[in-house]
Design a protein around this ligand. Structure first.
Ligand code: NDP
Ligand code: 8X3
Length: 253
């Protein structure tokens, strides 16, 4: 299907897999992230694989509203008819008790996961409204159930859940679809980022069971974006089969 799809946080994990899935299915994709080298490398690779002018990449930090506005205002005319926005950029930093967690980490999570999503959505919304398009927010199972030492990450993803419901109500008049996808444990760079590069803490998160992959989330995102115009998946929680909720994972079965 030939559409223009904008994916935030496309330099890694879900975002990268989602961008490639839409490209493979015939879309043109706007990729964003802070790491210019990765955006450029993938753009080159994907244009060789899927054709010239299929990718437009924008380096931006979603925490910075001016950066976001500047990034989207640089879009050439032929890239402005955005049909699908996938708000995926996000992170967890630390896993610490409420009384000990680093406040700077909390500010970064809130500013990225909540305000970043808002800045991007507001910047892209005029295009989405014109197209009667689709906004897909990547939440988390952490936005459905709070877990120990999840504090601000869980709060930020609960906010994504609430904002998704709010967008669905307020954008109803414009015929815009809003879907929230809430994954459980998926093996990406997520835990390496959360534990600040400490692989000895990140690897055990995914040991002893089969976690979700980035490609699983890409397939689900593509499915949600490919239903007939009158059908909208509002809210979708997906976990590995070995995970029952945000605290219970059956390991070494
Ligand atoms: P990754 O760490 O692999 O990817 C995160 C992406 O977000 C990167 O492309 C990164 O790009 C981007 N990003 C982070 N901060 C910023 C920023 N300030 N500005 C712009 N881009 C940013 O993790 P995942 O793919 O796993 O995570 C993607 C989303 O899925 C996140 O919202 C996460 O909370 C959510 N999620 C993850 C789960 C998991 O278990 N993996 C489960 C449930 C939800 P760059 O660093 O280049 O800026
Ligand atoms: C990522 C999944 O369970 O680490 O959102 O919060 S979890």
């Amino acid at each position: 299907m030939s559409r223009i799809v904008c994916v935030t946080g496309a330099t890694s994990g879900f975002g990268k897999a989602i961008a490639e899935k839409f490209l493979a299915e015939g879309s043109r994709v706007i990729t964003t992230g802070r790491r210019k080298d990765r955006l450029e490398k993938d753009q080159k690779l994907w244009e060789e694989k899927y054709g010239a002018n299929k990718v437009f990449s924008i380096v931006m930090d979603v925490q910075d509203q001016q950066d976001v506005e500047k990034g989207f205002s640089s879009l050439p005319e032929e890239w402005q008819a955005i049909d699908v926005l996938v708000n995926n950029a996000g992170l967890a930093l630390g896993r610490d008790s409420f009384d000990q967690a680093n406040l700077q980490d909390w500010e970064t999570m809130w500013q990225t996961n909540v305000m970043g999503l808002v800045y991007v959505t507001r910047a892209v919304l005029p295009h989405i409204i014109k197209r009667k398009g689709h906004i897909i927010n990547i939440g988390s199972i952490a936005g459905k159930e709070v877990y120990p030492e999840g504090n601000m990450y869980c709060a930020s993803k609960h906010a994504v859940d609430a904002l998704s419901k709010s967008m669905r109500i307020d954008l109803l008049q414009h015929g815009v679809k809003v879907t929230a996808i809430h994954p459980g444990a998926a093996e990406t760079e997520f835990s390496l980022v959360r534990y600040k590069g400490d692989a000895s803490k990140a690897a055990p998160v995914y040991a002893g069971y089969q976690p979700l992959s980035a490609e699983d989330i890409a397939d689900i995102t593509y499915f949600a974006a490919s239903l007939p115009p009158h059908v909208c998946i509002n809210d979708l929680v997906v976990t590995p089969t070995a995970q029952a909720n945000s605290v219970l994972v059956h390991k070494n079965a």
